[in-house]
Design a protein. Structure first.
Length: 266
């Protein structure tokens, strides 16, 4: 008996471990490892929850918040643009106060040629009206419906505007180049102009009143025949027009009569 006890003391732990291993193997074989997988998932699930990203509900809520934030920014931007335009309109004389309008149509294949406004004949707009934006001249109303107007932009290849160099009164014709720049063809072979000179509409223009800002000379080519040419950087944001002001066409003589005696003397 004593001998058996001693043997058990020496081998009992090993036998127990073998029994546990054998039992575990039998359980794994019978359950095909499902018990181990369940135990693993039970232990690791809290860690996965801590490490995983937001839930679908949280993602949906965040997306809605971002959408609302974007909308607020857009509305604030539109409000600021409209306030600036209305303030600009209020500064004009009552007799020549423009009609505010917004660009609502613009095709990709005619991006630099024309835009559509959300105001038309019902708002008093007529063909030949002048369109301006921040920076100066934008174009001319080409056609009108009761509620819309189509504007030929000064960046159109068919556009021609009589312009003058503010510093020297050198004159020429500004033609669109389907870009944010335009080409100025001088009447003179060697004009009195240089890079950086400001360009505005001239008294020779038959479509636009004089003195409207157009742009700045970007480069000069005095060797061009039959007359020199210049590349003009347009001031108005033709690339991304939004709000504009539509003016009745005023003849240059009418503009002269509107100037005060002090302005005439100057």
């Amino acid at each position: 008996m004593v001998t058996v006890r001693r043997w058990w003391d020496r081998k009992g732990l090993q036998i127990g471990l073998l029994a546990v291993v054998a039992g575990s193997a039998w359980i794994l074989r019978q359950t095909q490892g499902e018990l181990v997988l369940e135990t693993y998932y039970t232990i690791t699930r809290p860690l996965q929850m801590l490490q995983s990203g937001p839930t679908p509900e949280e993602r949906l809520r965040d997306a809605r918040v971002l959408e609302l934030q974007t909308r607020i920014v857009d509305l604030e931007s539109e409000k600021k643009k409209l306030q600036n335009l209305l303030g600009y309109v209020e500064k004009e004389p009552l007799a020549s106060r423009p009609i505010p309008a917004r660009v609502v149509g613009r095709s990709a294949d005619q991006w630099w040629q024309q835009v559509t406004l959300n105001r038309g004949a019902n708002s008093g707009i007529q063909e030949g009206y002048v369109v301006k934006a921040d920076g100066g001249l934008v174009g001319l109303v080409q056609s009108v419906t009761p509620n819309t107007s189509r504007v030929l932009l000064i960046s159109d290849l068919k556009s021609q505007v009589g312009v003058t160099i503010s510093r020297t009164a050198a004159k020429g014709v500004l033609r669109g180049d389907s870009s944010a720049d335009a080409v100025l063809e001088f009447y003179e072979k060697v004009p009195n102009a240089k890079v950086g000179d400001l360009v505005s509409t001239s008294t020779y223009s038959q479509k636009f009143p004089s003195g409207l800002a157009v742009g700045r000379i970007k480069s000069l080519n005095l060797k061009k025949l039959p007359a020199s040419v210049a590349k003009v950087e347009l001031f108005p944001p033709i690339r991304f027009l939004d709000w504009v002001a539509v003016y009745p066409k005023l003849e240059n003589q009418d503009l002269e009569t509107q100037k005060s005696p002090d302005q005439k003397s100057k």
